[in-house]
Design a protein around this ligand. Structure first.
Ligand SMILES: CC(C)(COP(=O)(O)OP(=O)(O)OC[C@H]1O[C@@H](n2cnc3c(N)ncnc32)[C@H](O)[C@@H]1OP(=O)(O)O)[C@@H](O)C(=O)NCCC(=O)NCCS
Length: 193
């Protein structure tokens, strides 16, 4: 596989398979319907959080997409939480394109973007820790993630029974400290199992 890095406004054609070149680029408004269909095809099975088109339009600048033959093969978003921490979210690869390196290309593009923006860490909540391990992430205690990340958990249907695994990659040396204890009105999600 030819792994190219892309800057924020470039697009890169990357060969995962000689017959099926993958183009990785920042998302545009025209991608939103296909992104919503892809993300919600997994959300319907409880694998991902649902996203609607209005919410995707609001955060379209977070998104990078992968195209094969002009059709959406995958998408992923880099969401900034603090001046040093960002989250990989809404990562989805079309069923027909799984296992061909598209997920890797998307996360590598987000990592490149995160480094360009000088982030120190990239994290994800996921049911597929093995995939993130392949990309250099390690499992961490969720208390090491920025407190602000929990605000999205408040609106999640799985708030009190969250079973997603926190994965983190340091992009440069940084001292991670557990988040301070929360007040009585906010409770962190309970991890099952
Ligand atoms: C998880 C997902 C994004 C992976 O995308 P993909 O394009 O199939 O993955 P890639 O082909 O780029 O795989 C990269 C590496 O991870 C490995 N990998 C892929 N999926 C894996 C999984 N579920 N568990 C463990 N390892 C996995 C591959 O074997 C490959 O390893 P290699 O480099 O040693 O060959 C895709 O399966 C998907 O969209 N799943 C449904 C939605 C989802 O779970 N999203 C994650 C939300 S955080």
């Amino acid at each position: 596989m030819i792994a190219e890095t892309i800057s924020l406004d470039e697009e890169a054609a990357v060969e995962t398979d000689a017959a099926r070149p993958v183009t990785v680029r920042k998302a545009r408004m025209q991608d939103i319907s296909a992104m919503a269909r892809l993300i919600n095809s997994y959300a319907n099975n409880g694998i991902m959080l649902p996203r609607n088109e209005l919410d995707l339009a609001e955060s379209v600048r977070d998104f990078t997409v992968a195209e094969i033959g002009g059709r959406l093969a995958g998408c992923a978003a880099l969401h900034f939480y603090t001046p040093v921490a960002g989250e990989v979210r809404s990562l989805a690869v079309a069923a027909a394109d799984k296992g061909a390196g598209v997920g890797r290309l998307l996360v590598e593009a987000l990592e490149h973007e995160a480094r360009e923006c000088d982030l120190a860490t990239l994290f994800a909540f996921t049911y597929v820790p093995g995939f993130f391990t392949k990309l250099g992430f390690t499992q961490v205690d969720r208390n090491l993630l920025p407190l602000k990340a929990w605000k999205d958990c408040l609106s999640c249907p799985k708030f009190q029974s969250c079973d997603e695994i926190a994965m983190l990659k340091k992009l440069r040396e940084v001292d991670l400290k557990p988040a301070p204890a929360l007040g009585p009105f906010v409770q962190l999600p309970v991890v099952r199992g």
